[in-house]
Design a binder for this molecule. Structure first.
Ligand code: HEC
Length: 226
């Protein structure tokens, strides 16, 4: 039964050679190579994974990335169908929705039936992900990249952690980030809709994705580690 299916698929795709090399698999195979640190900093709600995506933000298939003791990763994902557009080294949530992506390859870049994704050195920690995905793109321009940092808060690379964690806020009462307590952290209150603290400059609408808002909360509640 399986052999018949494989044979048929191979004929349809014109990939006759596949029968010889990998008779147990159909479609494309993705191969991730990388050197990864920080993958173990993510709480259970998340999966650091090699995943395939079509039109939507929900992965079609995925497999968890487990670096060896040296941080090396060589990981294969089989049976990738024609409905897939990209193969991504990424983080998904329990609904398999994409949270953020470290590296991506188009299926159209396949060599034969293999899509190679060489991600190089990746700091895959939660904190690094937030720095790259949120602080660098949306915040640092006002918080430290210019000559003055708004509210004395630096959200630039290398400075954001020390400027946030257990530091008193300057434009409102409270502590910027209280490890383990997102709800009470000024950072959480500032980026949520509603300008709860009544800041002179409202951050409303800066982060519109509930996925990103939750990511920051999860990081704080997981201990706000660097
Ligand atoms: C266009 C400029 C601008 C951008 C972009 C910006 N901020 Fe701000 N931010 C400010 C200003 C101005 C204040 C001070 C407001 C006040 O004093 O009432 C502030 C205050 C804050 C505070 C309170 C700090 C304290 O100690 O009181 C936090 C937290 C904060 N911003 C986080 C962020 C984050 C996270 C982002 C990115 C999502 C961001 N900001 C993007 C201008 C900006």
């Amino acid at each position: 039964m399986l052999a018949a299916m494989v044979g048929c698929q191979a004929c349809d795709d014109g990939l006759i050679y596949e029968q010889e090399h990998a008779p147990e698999h159909t479609g494309y195979t993705a191969k991730l190579t990388a050197h990864v640190t920080g993958a173990d900093t993510w709480p259970d709600y998340y999966d650091v994974a090699l995943a395939t995506f079509g039109e939507s933000d929900y992965s079609r298939s995925q497999t968890t990335v487990h670096p060896d003791t040296e941080g090396n990763v060589t990981l294969l994902l089989y049976n990738i169908g024609n409905d897939v557009r990209t193969v991504e080294f990424c983080v998904t949530n329990t609904l398999r929705r994409r949270v953020l992506t470290f590296a991506s390859a188009d299926v159209s870049s396949a060599v034969g039936d293999t899509i190679y994704l060489d991600a190089g050195e990746v700091d895959a920690s939660m904190y690094a992900a937030i720095q790259h995905d949120v602080f660098n793109n949306t915040c640092a321009q006002c918080h430290g990249l210019s000559t003055t940092a708004a509210a004395g808060l630096y959200l630039t690379e290398g400075q954001s952690h020390g400027s946030l964690v257990n530091q008193p806020a300057t434009s409102a009462e409270g502590t910027r980030v209280i490890p383990g307590n997102a709800e009470e952290s000024v950072l959480h209150k500032v980026i949520r809709p509603g300008n709860e603290l009544g800041l002179g400059f409202s951050h409303e609408g800066m982060i519109t994705s509930s996925i990103t808002l939750r990511l920051i909360d999860e990081w704080i509640n997981a201990g706000a580690k660097e």
